[in-house]
Design a protein around this ligand. Structure first.
Ligand code: ADP
Ligand code: MG
Length: 312
């Protein structure tokens, strides 16, 4: 049977590709160089089999998504991804699974020039923890706490696709499945928005919950027009009318950015972004999060995000 050290060497060790990595995998810790005037953004996420992804998810998609969720957090800070570590817990050393997992992981890593510099490999129920490190000019990070009354609330891309793919399963079309299994973290958008936005968060638990975090941190409210939330053609074609708002507001797994910015920054932002940036509402001085439809009617339902410890 393949050993722990064979796994690390065979599937996760590659020649160093960044000149700022002084020492990568193989010692007790990695050594990296942070340029003068820059600070590090650090973020950790765990994906647990059966909870964060269905048990039958392809290993390549698990590898991709494990890194994508962390790069999405860095994007929300406006950071440039640089390095990451991987703590991998496996029930058994399945070489086919490891090959596919590492291929998916490195496919996304290479798109962003981010390097795996260390980790840990253990036996147990399948779970993947990645800590990602990004670089920022000191003091320039986007935070949740900067939203101001009058800011426009915008979202990148389209929402609801991943949540819809999850309920449709094999019946979901290729666009929806791609959105669930291979989310594209909005890294370049975060870097552009760093100079234009007041507050940003990445949408992982649904727009309502994640915008709620921004509003609490900023001590603000907001009014959102739920009918202006951008959706894909696939979403429009496949979502049941009764489930639409739940997918859009509380579906989770979107990995888009929710951005609060002054109205005169929207045009400059849209010109520089490679993705859609759609206004969906406005920040208010008070009042919590108010959801309205296009006719101005207030929705009385709330859309809480996922809580790992909620009583079920
Ligand atoms: P230690 O006993 O000091 O924790 P390990 O034997 O766990 O070291 O790991 C050996 C080396 O391999 C370390 O440099 C560690 O960072 C790296 N490593 C272990 N598992 C992984 C992994 N899944 N991916 C990348 N690097 C790993
Ligand atoms: Mg170890």
């Amino acid at each position: 049977m393949i050993s722990e050290f064979d796994i690390i060497r065979e599937y996760f060790t590659r020649p160093t590709r960044r000149s700022d990595v002084a020492l990568g995998i193989g010692d007790d810790a990695a050594l990296v160089r942070v340029p003068a005037g820059q600070e590090l953004a650090l973020t950790t996420d765990t994906l647990v089999a059966g909870r964060h992804f269905p048990l039958d998810t392809h290993a390549g998609d698990i590898g991709w998504k494990s890194l994508a969720v962390s790069l999405s957090d860095l994007a929300a800070m406006g950071a440039v991804p640089a390095w990451f570590t991987l703590a991998l817990t496996l029930p058994e050393p399945d070489t086919g699974w490891l090959r596919d997992f590492s291929a998916g992981l490195f496919e996304l890593a290479d798109q962003h020039g981010v390097e795996l510099v260390g980790g840990d490999t253990t036996r147990g129920p399948l779970s993947i923890t990645i800590q990602a490190h990004g670089l920022l000019p000191a003091g320039q990070a986007l935070r949740r706490s900067g939203a101001r009354a009058g800011d426009i609330v915008c979202v990148t891309g389209t929402l609801g696709d991943a949540a819809l793919a999850l309920v449709l399963g094999a019946a979901a079309d290729a666009v929806l499945l791609q959105r669930l299994n291979r989310p594209m973290p909005r890294v370049s958008a975060g870097i552009v928005l760093r100079d234009l936005a007041h507050a940003t968060i990445d949408i992982s638990d649904g727009l309502a919950a994640d915008l709620g975090h921004v509003l609490r941190a900023s001590n603000m409210g907001a009014v959102i027009d739920v009918d202006s939330i951008p959706v894909s053609q696939s979403f429009n074609a496949s979502a049941k009318a009764a489930d639409r708002l739940r997918h859009l507001l509380a579906g989770g797994d979107d990995y888009e950015l929710c951005v609060c910015l002054p109205s005169d920054a929207i045009n400059p932002a849209q010109k520089q972004l490679e993705c859609l940036l759609t206004p969906v509402g406005q920040v208010t001085a008070a009042g919590g999060l108010v959801l309205k439809d296009a006719g101005g009617r207030i929705l009385d339902q709330s859309y809480p995000g996922y809580d790992h410890f909620a009583k079920r």
